[in-house]
Structures are given as C-alpha cells and as structure tokens.
Design a protein around this ligand. Structure first.
Ligand code: KG4
Ligand code: ZN
Length: 336
C-alpha cells in the first residue's frame, strides 16, 4: 500500500510517500520520497518555537513540498493519506490537517490520523540501520524529544504500557535550556553535543536526578538548576566542560533508567527514538549497555531522529492496521 503522509506538529514541515506491506507484525517499508523543510532559522532569534510563526511557515511550505513530491513521483499514486493530529502545537497541527483534508477530497482517498509519538516509536523501522534485523519482544522503548521523555514496555508493535515519564522538563527541553544558559543557539541539543567534544564530562559532577529510585520516572529540572547555579558561582567555568558534564549527567540518567526497566521486564530489545536520540553519546552508551544485558538495540538512522513525514506514514499505517482511529482534530496533548 502507498501512503502519503504529512507532519506539521512543531517546526519541521514533512511530506513523504511510503510503500508499506507486511501488516502490524512485520511491517516492511520503502521510502519513495521524503521532504522536510526546517524552520530552525526562523525561530532561532526567539530562542524557541513561536507557534504562530510555525503555522505561517507550514502554510507556506506545504504546497512547495507537495509540488516537489509530485515532481519526483510521477504519476503520484497513493492509497491513503495520513496526517499528524497530535501531540504538538495546535495551530501548527491544524495546518497539516486542513491540507491533508483538501488532498483527501481532491484525490478521493481515505484520511487517517497519526500520533506523532507513535511516529517516533516506529521510526527505527525506516530503511537504514536496522538492516533487516528483527525486533524481539518484549521490548523497552525510550522516547526522548523536545516535549517528551517516556519509557514504554512493549509486548508487541500494537500493545504497550507506559511505565515511566518525566515529572518536569523533557530531556530535549533540558538540553535546550542549558544551551541557552551557555548562550548557544536553538535547538540546544546539537549545540551542546558539538561543544561537549572539546570538554571533559567528568569535570563537574552534576546530580543524576532519580537515578537510584525504584521507578521509571525522570526529572531534569534539578539538573538544569544545578547547572544554572554552577555557572552563577563559577564565572570562569569552561563552557565546553559544563556542556560535557551536563550531557554526561543526562545520558547517565536516561541509560540507567532504561536499563533498569529492561532488566525488570525481561526486555529482549531496547528502542531509542525522538530528537534526543540523535545524540551520539546517548546512542553509543545505551547501545553498549543493551549489549551487556544481551538485548538487541534499535535506533533510527540519523535523518529520521528529528521530526519527518516518513515516520508519520509508518504511524498512520500501523494505527490503521491496529484499528486505532484518531479523531481528525488537532490534539496538542495526545498521549501514547
Ligand atoms: O523529536 P524532535 O525533533 O521534536 C519534538 O517532537 O519535540 O526533538 C527535538 C529535540 C530538541 O529539544 C533538540 O534540542 C533535541 O531534540 N536534540 C538533541 C540533539 N538533536 C536534537 N538533543 C541532544 N543531542 C542532540 N544531538
Ligand atoms: Zn518529534
């Protein structure tokens, strides 16, 4: 089945055309086209995403990306259209929904709602690193993005339980806020990672909040505040050392909790996904820790860590196969 997918939940406009077969147990994906237009430059001066600017840019970019898709895939053929309905910024989500509704009408195709977080969750199935390796269940999935930090215990591709989440800031949000303290650009994650390469992560011992607690929840606000106080009290601190020490603390907590959850649930696989999964230190340390407990490790290829249309095609396909119906209404707080 060919799926046309649209993503506009935050600051990337994404459109993709996928060919998917195999059903919910063994999905097999080919990406026929995949275009993403990033708005980072527009939001950078504001230090974060401005919802109305995001909406304006999506409205401008969607027709352009759709034309590119038409030019690449001639003749354009698809069976269903899928669009992100949440979570995300509602004004931004509505632009995608309205565009998808117009296309569904024009092409007389069914429209399927997709959950952005399920897009991240399934994104390791996109062609690339997994290279045909099959996942074994049960699995534990760590979803780490700008808005979420969630641990799932998965029995299958269609059955899971949320076992942990952040009690305050999301992991990506903590990277973004610490980056701002260090006067780095938005989004802060990639900037912290880059600066950390010149620093020593063992210089400052920042707290690892909740790492020893016997639950699977996270907290990043205390870590962020201790970086703030450290910078206030040490004006001569080397920014690269601060960045590397913060990154190490965040990675330690994410890896520690995920491995604890994997051991407790007897996980045979660990999935890492969401924007923060682009972080090489997190990828390599969680991958190493997974190997030590004999769990398979899955992470999407770099190009599919950040928001994109391809992951939404997959989420829409899986939702449809699971008979999960999402309302065609923007829902900023939609849960997984
Ligand atoms: O998944 P995503 O593109 O958007 C949301 O759904 O939120 O994630 C964006 C988040 C931002 O907070 C960004 O700073 C973070 O992912 N991020 C990173 C890296 N690349 C992006 N965090 C740490 N290291 C990175 N390399
Ligand atoms: Zn995302």
């Amino acid at each position: 089945m060919n799926i046309l997918s649209i993503e506009t939940s935050c600051d990337e406009t994404g459109i993709a055309l996928l060919k998917i077969s195999g059903g919910v147990r063994a999905p097999k994906v080919t990406v026929l086209a995949d275009f993403v237009s990033s708005q980072i430059k527009i939001h950078q001066p504001f230090g974060g995403v401005v919802p109305n600017l995001a909406k304006r840019e999506h409205l401008k970019n969607m027709p352009i990306l759709f034309k590119r898709l038409q030019a690449k895939c001639k003749p354009l053929k698809f069976d269903i259209i899928t669009v992100t309905v949440g979570p995300g910024l509602e004004p931004a989500l509505w632009t995608g929904i309205t565009f998808a509704q117009a296309l569904a009408k024009e092409y007389k195709k069914p429209l399927v709602g997709a959950n952005h977080l399920e897009g991240h969750l399934y994104s390791f199935l996109l062609p690339g690193l997994a290279g045909g390796r099959k996942i074994s269940f049960p699995a534990v999935a760590l979803i780490v993005s700008g808005g979420h930090t969630i641990l799932l215990h998965m029995q299958s591709f269609s059955k899971w339980k949320r076992i942990g989440e952040t009690r305050d800031d999301a992991a990506g949000e903590a990277f973004d806020k610490v980056a701002r303290m260090l006067k780095l650009n938005y989004p802060g994650g990639p900037e912290i990672e880059k600066l950390s390469k010149d620093g020593n992560g063992a210089t400052m011992v920042f707290p690892r909040p909740m790492i020893h607690e016997k639950n699977y929840d996270f907290s990043f606000s205390g870590l962020k505040t201790s970086v703030l106080y450290y910078l206030r009290d040490h004006e001569d601190a080397a920014p690269a050392d601060v960045a590397a020490s913060f990154q190490q603390a965040a990675v330690d907590v994410l890896v520690g909790k995920t491995i604890r959850a994997a051991k407790a649930t007897g996980a045979k696989s660990i999935i890492l996904c969401g924007g923060v999964a682009a972080n090489k230190k997190l990828r390599s340390e969680l991958g190493k820790a997974a190997r030590q407990i004999n769990a398979k490790f899955f992470v999407p290829p770099f190009k599919y860590n950040l928001d994109n249309g391809a992951m939404i095609g997959l989420a829409g396909y899986m939702a449809r196969e699971r008979k999960k119906r999402y309302k065609m209404v923007a829902n900023g707080n939609l849960e997984i």
